[in-house]
Design a protein around this ligand. Structure first.
Ligand code: ADP
Length: 353
């Protein structure tokens, strides 16, 4: 086995008001220091500073979408084609650039994000690996207040009817799947992109019709890959899942308002992010044989792509502005707590009966 840690990146949304006195990126490209004036109940204390230092795999400050893809996702995508499960997750407060990082700006090809670039690379590899027959299926799951929603159910070829009740099914060695979630066979990049945009559209329309903000849900875009060797006679094949995840905005309760729907949403989000952290920390702790995946839909759905046999990457999206510094600090703390995790990728190999 080759051990590989969870990789954690930090990306700053470009701003004219970058708080240079509060956020300091060191020239090593890996370290960010945050400085805040010390405050007591009586106010700011003698200009003293509280400083925090965070060391991550790489700071993506003023970096193009192409470079973000290359340093964040490229390795995970190639791993998935070789049979290793992978997860790329964006995390941070609403507006910090999660969707920009994951999906990109739809109107600009140059600014397309990780998902379209991953789809392009997957199909380039499918062409190149002519000694393999590779099938690619897509699914797009949204989790809102612990409710599972299929963002591609409208694209189903089957006749309309009540949507199947969705549930996460844990098949032990065979991994986790979502019962009722539609899977779509795609043959090329264009078909795949059409489904991505259809799903994105459904995410926005669905949120709008329920009068909620689409940033309050988690979205998991999954590329399911099955690769059969054409040369090996023993009918071995490998399967893998590549999860590209846009997590719900992580803002703290005080920021969001504390009433009604928003309060409920924030509590669900905070709970699921804290369970995600607990699951990741438990995975890192070799003395623990029980990892609490079932505590939330998010961790349960990601179970077989976070654990021992996969590549996991987290992007912490932050604002660089003074007014958001508390959120930035809490995002960086979360990012750093994930850093200590070590996972050991393994190929999911099967033999046809
Ligand atoms: P989030 O998904 O975290 O709520 P968005 O991705 O929607 O945030 O970003 C908010 C706005 O900022 C969008 O208009 C987006 O285009 C812009 N933006 C975010 N990050 C960047 C970036 N790195 N470069 C250019 N624009 C960005």
């Amino acid at each position: 086995t080759h051990g590989s840690e969870v990789k954690v990146f930090c990306r700053t949304r470009p701003t004219a008001n970058f708080a240079q006195d509060l956020i300091e990126y060191l020239p090593d490209g890996q370290t960010v220091n945050v400085h805040l004036k010390k405050e007591s109940r009586k106010g700011i204390v003698n200009n003293q500073l509280n400083s925090w230092s965070f060391r991550l795999d790489r700071i993506l400050h003023d970096v193009s979408q192409e470079e973000v893809y290359n340093s964040v996702a490229h390795r995970v995508v190639l791993g998935a084609l070789d049979g290793y499960n992978g997860t790329v997750m964006c995390f941070g407060q609403t507006g910090a650039g999660k969707t920009y990082t994951m999906t990109g700006a739809t109107e600009s090809y140059k600014e397309r994000g990780i998902i379209p670039r991953a789809l392009q690379e997957v199909f380039q590899e499918v062409e190149q690996r002519s000694d393999h027959t590779i099938t690619v299926r897509l699914s797009f799951l949204e989790i809102y207040n612990e409710i599972l929603l299929d963002l591609l159910s409208s694209v189903k070829e089957s006749p309309a009817g009540p949507p199947a009740a969705m549930a996460i099914v844990d098949e032990g060695g065979a991994g986790v799947s979502v019962k009722g979630l539609s899977l779509h066979l795609v043959h090329n990049e264009e078909e795949a992109l059409n489904l991505l945009f259809e799903g994105e559209m459904n995410r926005i329309i669905g949120a709008h019709s329920l009068n909620r903000n689409s940033s309050r849900s988690h979205c998991i875009f999954t590329v399911h890959i099955e690769s059969h060797s054409r040369t090996l006679s023993d009918a071995k094949y490998v399967t893998s899942k590549l999860n590209l995840v846009d997590l719900a905005g992580s803002e703290r309760l005080g920021k969001t308002g504390s009433e009604g729907q928003i309060l409920i949403e924030t509590m669900y989000i905070n709970k699921s992010l804290s369970f995600l952290e607990q699951a990741i920390l438990a995975l890192a702790d070799r003395r623990r044989d029980h990892v609490p995946f079932r505590q939330s839909k998010l961790t349960h759905a990601l179970k077989d792509t976070l654990g021992g046999n996969c590549n996991t990457v987290l992007v912490a999206n932050v604002y660089g502005e003074a007014g958001q510094i508390e959120e930035t600090l809490s995002t960086l703390r979360f990012a750093c707590r994930m850093k200590c995790v070590r996972t050991e990728p393994a190929v999911n190999e099967h033999v046809d009966p």
